[in-house]
Design a protein around this ligand. Sequence first.
Ligand code: GLA
Length: 766
Amino acid sequence: MMLETKTNMERHDHRQNIGTALLEMSKRVAMLLYIAFMGSLASVSAMGQANAASIVFDKQAQVFRIDAADMSYVLGINEKKQVQTLYWGKRLNATDTFSAAHSDPGLSAFDASINTTQQEFVAWGGGLYVEPDLKVTFPDGNRDLVLEYVSHSIEGNRLTLRLKDISREVYVDLQYEADGTTGILRRSAQVLNKTNAPFTIEQIASGTWNLPRGTDYRLRYLTGRWAGEWSLHEQMVQPGKTILESRRGSTGDQNNPWFAIDRNGANDQDSGDVWFGALGWSGSWQMSIEQDQLQQVRVTAGPNSFDFGYRLAPGEHLDSPDFYAGYSHDGIGGASRLLHRFEIGSILPHAPTPKLRPVLYNSWEATTFSVDEAGQEVLAEEAASIGVERFVIDDGWFGQRATDHAGLGDWYVNPTKFPHGLKPLIDKIHSLGMDFGLWVEPEMVNPDSDLYRKHPDWVLNFTGRPRTEGRNQLMLNLARPDVRAYVFQFLDKLLNENDIAFLKWDYNRNWSEPGWPAIAQEDQKKVYIDYTRNLYSILAELREKHPHVEIESCSGGGSRVDLGIMRFTDEVWPSDNTDAFDRLLMQDGFTYAYAPGVMTAWVTDSPTWVNQRVLTLEFRFLSSMQGALGIGANLNNWKPEDFATAKKMVAQYKQIRETVQRGSLYRLISPQKGSEQSVTESVSQDQQKAVVFAFLHSSEMLYPFPRVFLRGLKPDAMYKVETLDGKLSAGTPAVASGTFWMQHGIDVDMRGDFQDAALTLEATAP
Ligand code: GLA
C-alpha cells in the first residue's frame, strides 16, 4: 500500500479508508489503485483460505496472537496502553498462552521505560531515544507525541490497532496482515490528523520489528553500485545502530531495502532461526537495525526522514509504505524461499499465478543507439531462428536520440530511423512468431529536447540554483500533476498506437536539487512521497488500461528493485553488468531477497565489455538460465555453430523454466567469499523435477570439483538424472532415489577455467 491522504478519519477498516482516500485523487486513477490494492488483498485472503492464518484476541490478558504457516507473532497491550511485542518466531503450540504485557521498568533515570519496552510503534515524545516510528511538529511548537492503544478490529487475516496521542486528536492505525502460506506479515501505519490545524510529519515508519534479547545476531544486507549490484554483506549486530538507506529519491543500489538477521553459529543455508524483511517503497527510504541498552534488537523502516516533511492538513491522513517480514526456522535458504513464494503468491502482477517470463532478445549491447528498421529486422530474424519469444528495441528509437545527449522527453518515433513508424517492424516481428517490446525512460528529460525547451519548470529544481545533470539528463518532477498527466498520456498513446507487449521502464540517474518551487514552501518536501505515489499510480493505470502489457523495472541496472515497484512490474533488470561470471555472484546476492523468476539475465558477447573476460557460449547461457533468460549479443557476429548451440539451449531453457522461475531455490555451493565454485539447484513445487547449475572459476592443484549434495527432493521418489551440459563422473547411476542424490550426492567431472555443467532430475516413480 502506498502513501496517501484522505479526509474521512472515522473508520478503522483499512479497505474503506483506502477507498475513501483515493477518491480525492483523479477519479480514474483512484479507482484503479483501489482495484489494484483490493486485488492484492483478495489474493492474499484467497491464499489465506487454503493455508489459513489465524488472529486471536485474548480479552482478559489483552493479548493478540497471530499464527500463520510456521510463524507465531504475539503482541499485548500493557498497563500503559502501549502495544508491546511479546513474541516473534517459530510457530508456538496451540496450548501456549501469554499473560498480560507489562512494560519494562527502565534502567535508570537515564533510560526510562519507554526506551527499554519493546514497542510495536513508538512516537517521539516522553523521553524516547531509540529510533522513532513517528515524529511530528505541531504549529504551536509542541513536538511531543505519546501514543496509547484505543481500539482494534480483526477481519480475517488482518488486524488493525488504533492508537491515539494522550491529549491531541492524532490517531495512528497499525495494520497487520498475515499470509497463511509463508507466515510473512505485512505491516503499515496510517497517521490521521483529527485536530483542527495542520501538523508536519518529520518521520514516519511502517513499524518496528522486535527480536528476542540477544548478543549473537548476525545481520545480512545487500549493497552495490552501477555494474556492481547485489553484494551480500554480513556483520554482527553490535550495540548502536546500523542504518541502511537511500537518499537518492529512489530505491538505489547502494543499499537495497532488505534485511535478514540470524543467530550466528550453527546455522546457515538450511537450518537455524532467521528473521527477515523487505520494505515496499521505491522512494528514498531508511532502515535502522538497532541494538539497544538492554541488548534488544529493533528493526524500523519507512521513507527516509532526511530532508523530509509532510504537512498533514486537518482531516487528512498519511499511510506508510508496507514493510513485510517473516521468520524461517530453516536457515537463510528457507528465508529466501519464503520471500520468493510470497512475491510470486502475493506481490507480482497476476499473483498468485504470474506469467512465466518469455525468452527475449534486446539489441542494446549490439547496436546501442543505432537502431533502425532494417537493422532491427535482421536481428529479429536471427533471434526468431533460435527460439526467442519477445523482441525488444532499446534506447534510441525516439525524438532526436542519436546519443545520450538529446531526446529524452520527446516520445515520438524518430522519422529517419523508422520512416514508416514502428508498425512495419512490429508486423515483421509478429510474423516471425515473437511479440514486441520497447524501451522507455519516462521520468527523465534531456535539456536538449523539445519538452525541456517548452517546460523548463517541469524538472526538480531550486529557483536560481544550478540543475545538476546525470548522463546529460534532468529529473522530471513526477509529483506535479501536469507532469504526471504528460507521462501517462504519452505512454498511453504509445500503447494505443502500437501493438506493444512489453515496456522496459528505465530510470538512469538519481535526484539532485529536489525542489518543487511551484507549491507552498511548507509543502515542498512532500515531493519524496508524491513522486513515488504518482509513479505507482501511472503504472497501475497503464496496467489497467492495457492489461496485456508487461513491464520491466530497470534503473541503469538494479537500482530500483523493491517490493513496492514489484507490485506493478513483471520482472526487473538486476545489472548492466552482463558478464556471465560476475553475474553468478550478483545473482546469488539478488536471490537472497528476490525471486529468480523476476531476474532477467542476458547472454551477451564474449569478451564482455565489462571485464574483457572470455567465456564459452554454454557458460554464458547457463549463467543466464538461472533466471529469466534473455539474449543481448550481437547476433550479426555469430557463426552457424553459435546459432546451433543457442537454439539447443533456448529449447532446453523452455523445458526447465517453470522449475527455475517458480521453483524452490537451494544454494548448494555459494560463489561468495572468493569461492572457486558456484552451484544452485531449483526444485519444482511438486518436487517432481530439479535442475542443477554448476560453475567452476578455475581448477587448482588437481582437486576434483566438490561433490554436490542435492536438497528438496522427495526421499523415496526415484529420479532420473540427465546432463544439459558438462559431464558426470563415471559410475553415476542413471536413476536413484531422492535420498541417494541428497545423501550420497553427485560428482560432476569438471576441470579447467570457467567451466560449467547443468543437470536435470526428473521423478520416474512414485
Ligand atoms: C540503461 C539500461 C541499459 C540500457 C541503457 C539505454 O543503462 O540499464 O540496459 O537500456 O540504459 O540507454
